[in-house]
Design a binder for this molecule. Structure first.
Ligand SMILES: CC(=O)NCCS(=O)(=O)O
Length: 349
């Protein structure tokens, strides 16, 4: 039985699950997102190249992926540190930092932030979406990929002795590519060996979450210990959502704070507002899924930091929790979503 059994693995070492406290299960503290750059609309090239300024903020909020500098969250370590101190003050305890290979994971920075702020940080093992896979990664067998992921959890990643505490976010596109399928199978095999938590980034299509879960399931993965991220932009129809929920994964609404008219990555999607996210949580609770819900902000660009006029890492604790309570979600259910469910998920079997 690995030493992780019954514990949660942070970048500073193993902790007791009860030490986690309120936990955001899908965030990034340092990463790059150039892989997802969207060319600006014709006429907006000047805005896309201008420094981030108050007078451009609305444009940036609506076009976050068209501004190169906005995609470099790794340049904001000091601002993120300030945010984490505020997060602690607001009652936050832990953050899952699921930056994986391909979007510039930086484990020494995560360890430094954990030491300086007292926030427990759980780092992610594995690989982001196909466009970020190296030729070497693409050529690897499932066995080789499994070994790498297991090693990132048992011994440390990126040449450090800093150990990841969760596999993911494992990136998938739509349709899921061959290289991504291998990584999903390796994820399931590593999870079988380690009894660890897994988190998946689905492609931007309503069929994507189900397909990723099916691949994991066929490879022996433990779906009850797997989180499906980004449901806010993936499955809208209530009946389809309940069909997906039956598959048994955690259901994550992790784009709290994102309010956009056009979702740049898929213009067919009407991105949920925060009010609609809260309504969806209430719906899932009524349908009996309160043990399966997780929430977060998935901050991955500069403009969502308070330094740039954004909502920051404390938005859920300061603004969304009161809204949940005012819409009939009980304090006990809020605590389940923010404390108990993350704890169950993050504890190694
Ligand atoms: C870092 C990351 O993968 N964020 C997800 C953005 S998306 O719009 O939900 O795909």
């Amino acid at each position: 039985m690995p030493e992780q059994s019954g514990k949660v693995q942070t970048v500073l070492g193993l902790i007791e699950p009860d030490q986690l406290g309120r936990t955001m299960t899908h965030e990034h503290l340092t990463m790059t997102f150039e892989c997802s750059h969207v060319p600006p609309a014709s006429g907006d090239e000047g805005l896309a190249a201008a420094p981030i300024e108050m007078k451009h903020l609305h444009w940036l909020q609506q076009n976050p992926y068209s501004h190169h500098e906005n995609l470099l969250l790794n340049q904001e370590i000091e601002a993120v540190k300030e945010e984490l101190l505020c997060y602690r003050k607001a009652g936050g305890g832990s953050i899952v930092e699921n930056t994986t290979t391909g979007i510039t994971r930086n484990l020494p920075v995560l360890r430094q932030l954990a030491k300086e702020t007292g926030v427990h940080i759980i780092a992610g093992a594995g690989y982001y979406v196909d466009v970020t896979h190296s030729d070497e990664t693409r050529k690897m067998t499932v066995e080789k990929l499994t070994d790498i992921i297991v090693n990132e959890i048992l011994h440390g990643a990126d040449g450090t002795d800093i150990r990841c505490g969760v596999i993911g976010e494992i990136g998938t596109s739509w349709p899921i590519t061959e290289s991504e399928k291998k990584v999903l199978r390796a994820t399931a095999h590593a999870q079988t060996q380690l009894g660890c938590p897994v988190i998946i980034h689905p492609g931007r299509n309503k069929a994507a979450p189900g397909e990723a879960i099916r691949i994991l399931q066929e490879a022996g993965g433990d779906i009850s210990k797997t989180v499906m991220s980004h449901l806010d932009r993936s499955i809208y129809d209530p009946r389809e959502l309940l069909e997906f929920a039956k598959m048994g994964s955690y259901l994550e609404y992790d784009l709290f704070g994102t309010e956009v008219l056009n979702y740049q990555f898929n213009l067919d999607v009407d991105m949920l507002s925060d009010s609609q996210r809260v309504q969806t949580l209430a719906f899932l609770i009524r349908e009996g899924y309160e043990d399966r819900i997780l929430i977060a902000h998935d901050i991955h660009t500069k403009h969502r930091l308070t330094k740039y006029g954004g909502h920051g890492f404390s938005h859920i604790l300061k603004n969304i929790v009161p809204k949940m309570l005012s819409r009939g979600i009980t304090q006990n259910q809020v605590d389940k979503i923010l404390i108990e469910n993350p704890k169950q998920w993050l504890t190694f079997k």
